[in-house]
Ligand binder design. Structure first.
Ligand SMILES: *Cc1c(COP(=O)(O)O)cnc(C)c1O
Length: 430
């Protein structure tokens, strides 16, 4: 079927009509929600072929978000890494400071076309909530954000942002009062009234059609970057690197390169305190196949199929599942899934800040950390494109408090790998 939203659709053209990428994806929901999802899918099929929708989205992407975001050659970082040249796709420069606005604008425009009055969603650290509240304010829809009571306390600045933007923040006190309970509460609210409201999922996860739809809205990252690399760097990259939480920024940049078999693709999962500590969120690296939040994919789960508690220094990455297309791309060997620890991410956070004047989000820092390693591995003359999914302003206070480094010289330390940095920050920190 013709799809004007995603110009990067590759020859495999997945998912199939039922929302499967190989054995992954689909829709595992109570019957009432099944019907609702079918409606969303049909509406998306319609609008993804409608030139007036494409025109409206294009105008917002350009004049509101500020697209295209540039690709930038990080020369000092590349030199310090001592191998391949590193290029950054600057999603941190988007309005609201990350890639999430790309799919939120698409979802809220879709909601409006479907005649919905209200968009609802869950949020963990508040980043998806803020992006959705922004899009809802822009397009004149109401917005309810479900958030665990624990997170409401922890993420006060984002709660204030959502309120200023006109969203209602609903504090969820049941269970552990964190993200998982917020998801349950949002689904419950959706079931009560699927007519006037619509649930806007925050990554390439959830039941069909969300993994497809969110990927399509994010595919603009890869479509732009591919053209920009050819023009600015003179060729396609040899490797593309992106961090993977649910996997939306990674799918966004990967989707344009899936057919280019000479371009190696790397998804970087959070290894937290270490893969053998149990305190991580490396779903593909350490998980098994299961069902979570209405779809089939790799999941970090216990013997009974209950999701395990997960952890990462980057709150945008600590999710016990992963988008079904990632599970598929892992299974067929098209994308390589690797990990970076908290400390490696903080090292990269400082390195990029001090060598390029760019403060990356801790999520994106995982991708930068792995790219520095990979640069050494594949060597000079090669090019690596990193998706810099967001800016790090939100993380500055936390990093300064937990990893204070007065006399830190990343250029020296990078030459010796991460060992010097690890010496600087000493023992375990929470
Ligand atoms: C939310 C977030 C992520 C993780 O989400 P994905 O769906 O895996 O992209 C990564 N980076 C930033 C800056 C985020 O806000």
């Amino acid at each position: 079927m013709k799809n004007l939203v995603n110009k990067a659709i590759n020859t495999e053209n997945l998912p199939d009509d039922k929302g499967y990428f190989g054995e992954f994806g689909g829709s595992y929901l109570p019957e009432a929600l099944e019907t609702v999802m079918k409606e969303v899918n049909e509406a998306y099929d319609r609008i993804s072929q409608d030139p007036t929708f494409i025109e409206e989205l294009k105008e917002l992407n350009e004049h509101y978000t500020g697209r295209p975001s540039p690709v930038y050659h990080a020369k000092r970082l590349s030199e310090a890494a001592g191998g391949a040249e590193i290029y950054l796709k600057r999603e941190d420069l988007n309005h609201t400071g990350a890639h999430k606005i790309n799919h939120c604008l698409g979802e809220v425009l879709l909601a409006k076309r479907m005649g919905k009055k209200k968009v609802i969603a869950e949020t963990g650290a508040g980043q998806h909530g803020v992006a959705l509240a922004t899009a809802a304010a822009l397009l004149g829809l109401e917005c309810d954000i479900y958030m665990g009571a624990v997170d409401v306390k922890k993420e006060a600045p984002n709660v204030s942002r959502m309120k200023v933007l006109g969203a209602k923040v609903i504090s969820v006190t049941q269970g552990t009062a964190t993200l998982k309970d917020a998801v349950d509460a949002a689904f419950e609210a959706y079931l009560k009234d699927p007519v006037t409201q619509i649930y806007c999922i925050g990554s390439v996860v959830g039941p069909h059609p969300f993994p497809r739809m969110v990927r399509d809205f994010q595919s603009i990252i890869g479509t732009e970057a591919k053209e920009q690399m050819q023009r600015y760097a003179g060729s396609l990259p040899d490797a593309v690197v992106a961090c993977v939480g649910g996997g939306s920024n990674a799918m966004g940049i990967f989707s344009a390169f899936l057919d280019d078999k000479d371009v190696a693709l790397y998804g970087v999962e959070p290894a937290g305190k270490g893969l053998d500590t149990g305190r991580h969120a490396a779903t593909i690296s350490k998980g098994s196949v299961g069902i979570l939040h209405g779809f089939k994919s790799y999941v970090l789960q216990d013997k009974n199929g209950e999701p395990l508690p997960v952890y990462s220094i980057a709150s945008g990455l600590d999710y016990p599942g992963v988008g079904p297309q990632h599970s598929y791309l892992h299974t067929i060997g098209r994308v390589n899934y690797r990990t970076a620890t908290d400390r490696e991410a903080v090292e990269a956070f400082y390195a990029l800040s001090r060598m390029e004047g760019i403060i990356p989000a801790l999520e994106s820092s995982h991708a930068v950390a792995y790219a520095v390693k990979l640069a050494k591995e594949i060597g000079k003359g090669k090019k690596i494109l990193v998706n810099l999914s967001g800016r790090g302003d939100k993380d500055i206070d936390f990093v300064m408090e937990h990893y204070p480094l007065e006399e830190y010289e990343p250029e020296e330390n990078l030459k010796d790998g991460y060992d010097e940095f690890l010496k600087h920050i000493g023992g375990e920190r929470s």
